[in-house]
Write a protein that binds this ligand. Structure first.
Ligand code: NAP
Length: 347
């Protein structure tokens, strides 16, 4: 089966990762890649490791004639830009996986409140399927438009999903501490991401009010059927990629370490991209670097009675491009790990 895809925003970090992953798959043909700044230039001029044969040359975003005949288009564009093009892609018959935040929130007013923009395609919000395969696989299968989850929400929803049913934890005391590498902020010039600002240090940012908060709360609320609020604080790591999330939780009843472990291993028993680590092992960003895996550990604290759940992903792979390919595979009825299974660690 030959599948034709296009990648909008291929000169960015997540778009470049999409090219890296999709070019490995003999059944995929990349029809077009877009960039405004590098229009007319080959991908290898933007990312020297992306040498394709035949060479992929960037077109500008407004040349939508290239969309004709594409089975799937990936939008790896900034939010707001994305919602300007997605309706047109759907009209031209492509399935769409959007990596931006534009179609993740169900409510256009909440989008406006957190992103400061009126939604340009609110009629598509109820149709868009939230693309976290481990939780919403059956809806993704039927979707025309998938909203690929944010990187922090991916690490958090996978960490907390097994606890959201059956009244297992107190929902009014969810404390979530996340750390991300600098590629999470994208490739455009940004003083706060400069090497001398980030290296040899470690800092907090958006201690309250990060834009991923409503997405996390929406996801958790849907899982437990109640309105949930979270305390979510992100931090910036002096490394290029990787997210490590630590959730501090208060269990409702008492469970042994073995019971917590079983709850997690059973919940993810059939998931090839989520690995619940053996007791005694803890997640680290290096262990998932370049791969589509999420590693999880669940650790009860007998001294305080709290429960700690730690997760890690590569923000550019399971947190973005890898998960987008996983979603495409599900939408097209392919093996879920095509192009993303057995990924070598990033050099
Ligand atoms: N980075 C992550 O870890 C991560 C994780 C999950 C989701 N996301 C989301 O994925 C999307 C892409 O993120 P990224 O980190 O890859 O961003 P990025 O590195 O800044 O790349 C953005 C891409 O969009 C293009 N672009 C920017 N403004 C444009 C405009 N006005 N019109 C047309 N094209 C435009 C850029 O092209 P040129 O500059 O070459 O013109 C570039 O190809 C964002 O919505 C982001 O929130 C990112």
């Amino acid at each position: 089966m030959s599948i034709t895809v296009g990648i909008q925003g291929a000169s960015g970090y997540t778009g470049g990762e999409l090219v890296r992953l999709l070019a490995r798959d003999p059944d995929i043909s990349i029809k077009f890649v877009t960039s405004q700044r590098f229009a007319g230039q080959p991908m290898s001029a933007i990312f020297p490791h992306l040498i394709n044969d035949p060479e992929l040359v960037c077109t500008p975003l407004n040349d939508l004639s290239v969309v004709e005949g594409c089975d799937v288009v990936f939008c790896a564009l900034p939010h707001v830009t994305s919602m300007g093009v997605v309706p047109e892609l759907l009209k031209r018959g492509a399935k769409v996986v959007d990596l931006s935040a534009d179609f993740r929130l169900d409510d256009a007013d909440i989008y406006n409140e957190w992103y400061g923009e009126a939604h340009k395609a609110p009629e598509l919000l109820s149709e868009a399927v939230y693309g976290l395969p481990e939780l919403y696989r059956s809806n993704i299968k039927k979707a025309r438009l998938v909203a690929n989850p944010g990187c922090y929400p991916t690490s958090i929803l996978l960490a907390l999903a097994p606890l959201m049913q059956d009244n297992l934890i107190e929902l009014d005391s969810l404390v979530i501490d996340s750390k991300s590498g600098t590629s999470g902020a994208g490739r455009s010039l940004n003083q706060g991401s400069l090497f001398s600002e980030v290296s040899e240090g470690f800092r907090s940012y958006k201690a309250v009010g990060h834009r991923h908060t409503p997405e996390i709360e929406q996801g958790l609320s849907q899982l437990c059927g109640k309105k949930v609020f979270v305390r979510f604080s992100p931090h910036l790591l002096p490394q290029s990629r990787g997210i490590l999330t630590t959730c501090h939780l208060r269990p409702v009843g008492k469970k042994s370490a073995k019971e917590w472990q079983e709850l997690y291993t059973n919940f993810y028993a059939n998931e090839q991209f989520v690995r619940v680590l053996e007791p005694g092992n803890l997640p680290g960003t290096n262990y998932v670097r370049g791969s589509n895996y999420c590693h999880l550990s669940v650790v009860p604290d007998p001294r305080t009675g709290w429960l700690v759940v730690v997760s890690t992903i590569d923000n550019l792979v399971k947190g973005a491009a890898g998960q987008a390919v996983q979603n495409m595979n599900i939408m097209l009825g392919r093996n879920e790990d095509a192009a993303i299974g057995q990924l070598p660690l990033f050099p």
